[in-house]
Write a protein that binds this ligand. Structure first.
Ligand SMILES: NC(=O)C1=CN([C@@H]2O[C@H](COP(=O)(O)OP(=O)(O)OC[C@H]3O[C@@H](n4cnc5c(N)ncnc54)[C@H](O)[C@@H]3O)[C@@H](O)[C@H]2O)C=CC1
Ligand SMILES: O=C(CO)COP(=O)(O)O
Length: 342
């Protein structure tokens, strides 16, 4: 008999592989599910994911598989690391193999088209009986695989989920903090991708450190304004899943969203910028959906509106930036001085 926890990670891209490897390196048995059987075999043979993490040896406790049933049947915790566009489809494929006592945790930082659902909402709809949670925080896959110190947030209304995920993930280079604001934590990770594009763009255009700081701080104001309108707790944005993830994604060329912005700033087309990544950059679609939602709910989001014009309507950045700078005067922290009281 063994008391080792069995875990499944769905999605064999950058983050799924890094997460499975972290769990495996703690001595737990982990299945990494991917749709491509040849690639799974190759990972098991070489103990390396050449496509997403070349040159990084993976734990011997990690088994890659293209067989969903094999991955899921004994798992106590299932992490889902599938881009938002395919998230529901994969959950529906997994559903026949899942029992109601299995914990399901999303790592995905995106929004479903049309429904404007976050991944936790998809999980609640598709798996109403399962305990669910989300993780989010400053978690660049390529730094975690190098064991650079960082932390994440496990958010769930269910205390058992928070404790189980803290136990399975925490280690000397990865701390796991808890939250009960699942929606806020998830929105933080999702919305910051938009502002990472804006940051990459401004870096490519040679904007200074004052500009960068203003951009990040006003991004935080805008994100929390939007999230509060949608029912999240604004205090969540002071934590790792809010300001923590915003800082890293707006500062690092390891962020794919930042790189898309940078490429746009260098004059590449959106199609070229996205294609040259070869990985998902959730922020592009998120920008589209959040712009629509903000218009519908009449939420003031000047950065989203301005970036939307630049990315999708080819508006010149200088013109958009000038318009924003000369906009009506506003409040710094609107939880201190509400905009309506100006
Ligand atoms: N890479 C990172 O640093 C981090 C990523 N995330 C989030 O995790 C999610 C996944 O990101 P990455 O792994 O980085 O993306 P990625 O682009 O590196 O890999 C995505 C993986 O999903 C697979 N996939 C896509 N559609 C599928 C389908 N229908 N069925 C089966 N597999 C499918 C792809 O084949 C690929 O292996 C994203 O929402 C991202 O925002 C979260 C934290 C950090
Ligand atoms: O969410 C991330 C880091 O926390 C990864 O960001 P990108 O998807 O922009 O690479």
């Amino acid at each position: 008999m063994t008391d080792r926890v069995k875990v499944a990670v769905l999605g064999g891209g950058s983050f799924g592989t890094v997460l499975a490897n972290l769990i495996g390196s703690k001595g737990e048995q982990v299945y990494l599910w991917m749709r491509n059987a040849e690639r799974a075999e190759e990972i098991n043979r070489s103990h390396e994911n050449h496509r997403y993490l070349p040159g990084r040896p993976l734990s011997e406790n990690l088994t890659a598989t293209a067989d969903l049933q094999q991955a899921l049947q004994d798992a106590e915790i299932v992490f889902v690391s599938i881009p938002s566009q395919s998230f529901r489809e994969v959950i529906r494929q997994a559903k026949p193999f899942l029992r109601a006592d299995q914990i399901v945790v999303s790592t995905t930082k995106g929004i479903e088209a049309k429904s404007f659902s976050l991944m936790s909402q998809i999980l609640s709809e598709e798996l109403p009986g399962n305990p669910i949670g989300v993780i989010s925080g400053p978690n660049l896959a390529k730094e975690i695989v190098q064991q650079q110190l960082t932390a994440t947030v496990i958010a769930s209304e269910d205390e058992r989920v928070r404790t189980a995920v803290q136990q399975i993930l925490h280690c000397a280079f990865f701390r796991v903090y808890a939250s009960s604001d699942m929606y806020g934590v998830e929105l933080g990770g999702t919305l910051k991708n938009i502002y990472a594009i804006a940051s990459g763009l401004s870096a490519a255009l040679g904007m200074g450190e004052n500009t960068k700081s203003m951009l990040m701080t006003r991004s935080l104001a805008e994100m929390s304004r939007f999230a509060v309108q949608l029912g999240a707790n604004p205090m969540t944005f002071l934590g790792l899943a809010g300001v923590g993830d915003l800082i890293v994604t707006c500062s690092s060329p390891l962020s794919r969203n930042y790189r898309v912005g940078y490429a746009l700033g260098e004059g590449k087309t959106l199609e070229d910028a996205v294609e040259s990544l070869g990985e998902v950059a959730e922020g592009v679609n998120t920008l589209r959906y959040v712009k629509e939602k903000a218009d519908e709910l009449e939420i003031y989001m000047p950065l989203v509106s301005g970036l939307y014009e630049v990315v999708f309507n080819h508006a010149p950045v200088s013109q958009v930036a000038k318009m924003m700078m000369l906009n009506t005067q506003s409040s710094d922290v609107e939880f201190v001085l509400p905009r309506a009281d100006l």
